[in-house]
Design a protein around this ligand. Structure first.
Ligand code: G6P
Length: 454
């Protein structure tokens, strides 16, 4: 179904666009935030996602049905006429869709738990998007994402794929290189920083604009604008910057260096710049009751799904905030709105660089401020990142390109070189051991490496 003009909008809206949306990983605990955002966009007359099809794997069916029933109640309460369907059949979900949102987790939360625990066993940071854990996640997620993209090419060749699936930068790199569909990647980190700035300045978020440059989970805000006025300097001297350093755990000692560079980094820079502290914290967490982030998220999701399942509940629960990923739906829906209405919006997205981020190859995916309109995102040219951080960004990009190649080809030497190039990994001996463990623990999800060993 193409995007169509719907002649009756709510509350005196004369017309608005309607379309079908498919959500891969519909059973995600995040999905209610997305549906809530869709309801708001309907009520303010921006667009009508008339049909929303959630699709999941058989193991996720129960969760998906729970989320679907809960979100139907949310919509009914607000009088929003979007229809929520569920299916295990991707073809059915893709047929006629104008947008597909991917928020999958291959292997589920248990695979994420392994991604976090295995590196720690080797004395390395365990994280689902960076380091050895992020690498394992990429090996599992990239082939599946490419398969879904091929199915989209067949069923809905004109549709946009919005990729949230982690590691979002690497998955998007693979999609832009190996799939012949319209796609871009998204993350809630840049919008989270922008919202934080707006809150601290006491202004509406729509008045704030940020210049974002780098890679997913390694991007930097290099400029802050309010009503078109450059306020970057003011931010670094404000108490809110101290607050940010505390919340993101960089601490006052790192403030001095960030102030000098005039950069607000994505929180994930913590793993690089404060690696010793990050590792110490993670080791303490897994040896205690807290466990890794996956262990924590599993506990939160248990509570969340109990709430979703209760027939009397019909609005977003407070504890969803603990789940992380806040504002993820805002960035996706702002892009969809800009595309369907051909009304430009600026968002930080993962797209092919085309020279926007100096120092990174033109055909590599970067996370950068983009102008989005009816033709999709267009990266906006950024000023060069200072040498103090550019080297790290370039090294991580080299790792990412090799990791994507390894995930696609199943070439074990490429996998080795990818990890050897990652700044969070030490020398070849450890890389070999970690890689062996990753391949063994994930073998059910890595057919491309079947029968191969180091
Ligand atoms: C972030 C990251 C995402 C991540 C999300 C939720 O903001 O950018 O990559 O998926 O948080 O993280 P969580 O640890 O709560 O699953």
């Amino acid at each position: 179904m193409p995007i169509r003009v719907l002649c009756t909008g709510p509350k005196g809206v004369e017309y608005m666009k309607e379309f079908k949306l498919a959500v891969l990983g519909g059973g995600s605990s995040y999905a209610p935030e997305l549906i809530d955002g869709i309801a708001k966009r309907y009520l303010n007359g921006e667009f009508h996602a008339r049909e929303i099809v959630m699709v999941d794997v058989p193991e996720g069916r129960e969760r998906m049905e729970t989320v679907a029933s809960f979100t139907r109640r949310m919509l009914a309460k607000q009088g929003v006429p979007c229809e929520i369907k569920t299916t295990l059949d991707r073809r059915e979900a893709f047929d006629g869709a104008s947008f597909v949102i991917s928020q999958i987790r291959v292997g589920g939360m248990l695979a994420r738990q392994r991604d976090e625990h295995i590196p720690l066993k080797h004395g390395l940071i365990g994280q689902e998007t960076t380091g050895a854990g992020g690498f394992a996640n990429a090996l599992r997620t990239i082939p599946v994402s490419l398969e879904f993209a091929r199915e989209m090419k067949d069923a809905c060749p004109e549709a946009w794929l919005l990729n949230f699936s982690n590691p979002a930068g690497l998955v998007t790199e693979a999609l832009t290189r190996y799939a012949d569909i319209k796609t871009f990647g998204l993350c809630n980190v840049p919008i989270g920083i922008k919202m934080g700035i707006a809150k601290a300045l006491g202004v509406e978020p729509s008045r704030v604009s940020t210049d974002v440059s780098g890679l997913n989970h390694l991007s930097f805000v290099t400029g802050i604008w309010v009503d078109g006025k450059d306020v970057t300097g003011a931010i670094f001297d404000s108490p809110l910057f101290e607050h940010y350093l505390k919340v993101e755990k960089y601490g006052p000692e790192m403030g001095r260096f960030l102030r000098r560079l005039r950069l607000i980094p994505a929180s994930y820079l913590f793993y690089h710049w404060c690696a010793e502290r990050a590792l110490k914290e993670q080791l303490a967490d897994i040896s205690g009751e807290k466990g890794s982030r996956a262990d924590e998220v599993m506990r939160i999701e248990k509570d969340l799904f109990e709430i979703y399942a209760k027939p009397e509940n019909d609005s977003l629960p407070e504890i969803l905030k603990k789940r992380g990923g806040a504002y993820y739906s805002d960035v996706a829906l702002s892009c969809i709105s800009a595309i369907v209405n051909n009304k430009p919006a600026v968002e930080a997205l993962n797209v092919v660089n085309r020279g926007a981020v100096p120092g990174i190859k033109a055909d590599s995916v970067v996370e950068v401020s983009c102008m989005v309109d009816g033709r999709g995102p267009h990266p906006l040219a950024q000023k060069p990142l200072p040498q103090e951080v550019l080297g790290l960004v370039q090294q991580v990009k080299a790792y990412e390109n090799l990791a994507v190649q390894a995930a696609v080809t199943g070439d074990i030497e490429t996998a080795f070189f990818a990890l050897l190039n990652h700044p969070l990994l030490p020398g070849a001996d450890t890389v070999r051991l970690v890689l062996r463990d990753i391949l063994e623990a994930n073998k059910d999800h890595l057919p491309q490496f079947a029968g191969k060993s180091l």
